[in-house]
Design a binder for this molecule. Structure first.
Ligand SMILES: Cc1cc2nc3c(=O)[nH]c(=O)nc-3n(C[C@H](O)[C@H](O)[C@H](O)COP(=O)(O)OP(=O)(O)OC[C@H]3O[C@@H](n4cnc5c(N)ncnc54)[C@H](O)[C@@H]3O)c2cc1C
Length: 523
């Protein structure tokens, strides 16, 4: 029987990211994906800046950017009666504005999922560890306190193989077979509204080039739809929203009817249109009650399904496995107790619930729900969710509180106040090293990193038994942002979150750091 430390079920963006994140932590894995290749539909497109930071940390940011669209094509959000008709409103979302550069060394990226996944796949395949197996479907599994035994079927030959793993990541999407087999309760609402995603070839530049936007919302009495920018030239997504409210059913969307609707929404009756694919889907807003089930971890859409209004599904999923990979690595290497893995649920599930609720609130404000047929704008928070993107504050055994209170914010959805309080993302501060500019975010690597103030040399403590880098940073902006005196230090985890902070030098720095590390690792 094949034996592997981690079995990953699903080769969507979350499973592919899990593969290379584990490999980069030195953990071998096997990914099984039932389809012959990566996604053929451009579902997600908005990769937020926090996810781009993850990609940057793991060496794939440039390739994702190269596969995506240059920012000059995506700076606006436009509402109109038709593309060629009256414009109702335009907005510059925060993510596209210059202010986003103040909080991150990277900016967001528009990269359609069918362009992104091959990049993530290539990056996973480039790693010395981590095998990807396509045409391989997880059929069933069993677990006990020694491991997971999974039955995987080759979808081309029908051959069945048993695979033994110490842990399994279920990244098998919204209809997750693993989640159903485990009987996981879901919190929230299922099937909140229907939509149809249509992929088209049509040259829309005459109506878009002078107001380049990521989204063109069409609002009129016959149709509520969205043109989704993919290459800003002749490849576009066309999303028909609120089917029921407008009297459509999914069967209506033949290529002929789809073409007719695209022309209607464009306001150009003779527009040449080629329909490349039609994919009906139903939005839900629900989250697994538990993300950890023994040796099985739910991640991505298997753990949380949310309306795409806000563009959080893929982003949240990639950040789930970023949170999980280093914890699995420490436990598999015998450096941490299995209890560390409980912090995955404790940190990610409450956040998943908040993001799902906010995505639904966006959808409601945009009139997406079938019973709500009013002309819709979108609440001001929509695409201005910097608090949700950067402001997570984990409370778990993997964070050692320092007694400081949470930073108050007027609106936790939109407002992000950088803070190095334990549990938050280590804030971005530009630094200079040997005449090179680098961000504090760039100091996060595969291990822990200890960032100390100008007089913090005594914190160097051989990592308290963990892989750990150490930096002394003599920079006022750093000390201010991290609220450290010259002798203080912060410990940043491999996922970029602050694990522990000592604002000043401790009497016995080695003992203080050691105690923090032991507490965090459940030892
Ligand atoms: C119209 C639309 C727009 C969106 N826009 C955004 C956006 O802008 N930003 C964003 O972050 N998100 C967006 N999303 C959401 C995003 O597409 C999903 O959150 C994302 O695809 C989830 O990734 P995943 O890897 O968890 O699941 P999936 O992408 O669903 O991948 C799961 C994989 O598991 C495989 N699988 C399932 N069962 C098995 C099995 N038994 N054995 C082997 N393999 C199996 C499937 O074949 C699939 O490839 C959007 C979604 C839609 C519909």
């Amino acid at each position: 029987m094949k034996s592997v430390p981690v079995l990953i079920v699903g080769g969507g963006p979350v499973g592919l990211a899990a593969s290379f994140l584990l490999s980069r932590q030195g953990v071998d894995s096997l990914l099984v994906e039932r389809h012959p290749g990566t996604a053929i539909h451009p579902k997600a497109r908005g990769i937020n800046a926090r996810t781009m930071e993850v990609f940057r940390q793991h060496g794939v940011e440039a390739a994702v950017r190269a596969a995506g669209l240059a920012p000059r094509h995506t700076g606006l959000i436009v509402w109109a009666r038709t593309l060629a008709g009256e414009e109702i409103e335009r907005r510059v979302p925060w993510r596209a504005g210059a202010q986003s550069a103040a909080v991150s060394p990277v900016r967001n990226c528009l990269c359609a999922q069918d362009d992104l996944e091959p990049v993530l796949r290539a990056h996973a395949e480039k790693q010395p560890l981590g095998q990807l197996r396509f045409n391989a479907e997880l059929e069933s599994f069993d677990q006990d306190d020694r491991g997971v035994i999974a039955a995987v079927v080759d979808t081309t030959t029908g051959q069945r193989e048993e695979i033994c793993a110490q842990y399994m990541i279920a990244a098998d999407g919204a209809q997750s077979r693993v989640r159903r087999a485990l009987g996981v309760a879901m919190l929230g609402q299922e099937d909140v509204y229907d939509s149809v995603n249509i992929l088209i070839n049509a040259d829309l530049r005459p109506w878009t080039a002078d107001r380049p936007a990521a989204l063109y919302f069409i609002e009129n009495p016959r149709l509520r739809a969205t043109f989704l920018t993919i290459n800003a030239h002749d490849r576009w997504g066309f999303l028909v929203n609120s089917l029921e409210a407008y009297g459509y059913t999914a069967d209506y969307f033949t290529p002929e009817h789809s073409t007719e609707l695209v022309r209607y929404a464009a306001g150009v009756p003779d527009l040449p249109v080629k329909v490349l694919g039609v994919a009906p889907w139903t939005a839900s807003a629900h989250v697994a009650e538990q993300y950890r089930h023994g040796r099985v971890f739910l991640a991505g859409d298997a753990a949380h399904e949310m309306p795409p209004t806000g563009g959080f599904g893929l982003n949240t999923g990639v950040q789930d496995v970023h949170n999980l990979a280093w914890k699995l690595a420490l436990v598999l290497k015998g450096l941490a107790h299995d209890a560390l893995l409980d912090s995955y649920h404790a940190e990610r599930q409450p956040l998943g619930r908040i993001i799902t609720e906010q995505s639904l609130t966006n959808a409601i404000s945009m009139g997406r729900l079938a019973s709500d047929n009013r002309a819709a704008g979108a609440r001001p928070e929509y695409l201005n969710e910097q608090g949700m993107i950067f402001g997570a504050s984990y409370v778990s055994s993997a964070v050692v509180p320092d007694g400081s209170p949470p930073t108050p914010v007027a609106n936790p959805v939109t407002d992000y106040v950088p803070s190095a309080r334990p549990g938050g993302r280590a804030p971005h501060v530009w630094l200079e090293r040997n005449n090179d500019k680098l961000s504090t975010v760039d100091l996060v690597g595969n291990g822990f990193v200890l960032l100390a103030g100008a007089k913090g040399k005594a914190w160097r403590a051989n990592g308290a038994g963990l892989p750990m880098h150490f930096h002394v940073i003599a920079d006022k902006a750093f000390a201010d942002a991290y609220e450290l005196s010259d002798g203080g230090a912060v410990l940043v985890r491999p996922d970029g979150y602050v694990a522990w902070r000592s604002a000043t030098m401790a009497a016995d720095p080695k003992a203080a750091l050691g105690a923090a590390v032991h507490a965090m690792l459940g030892q």
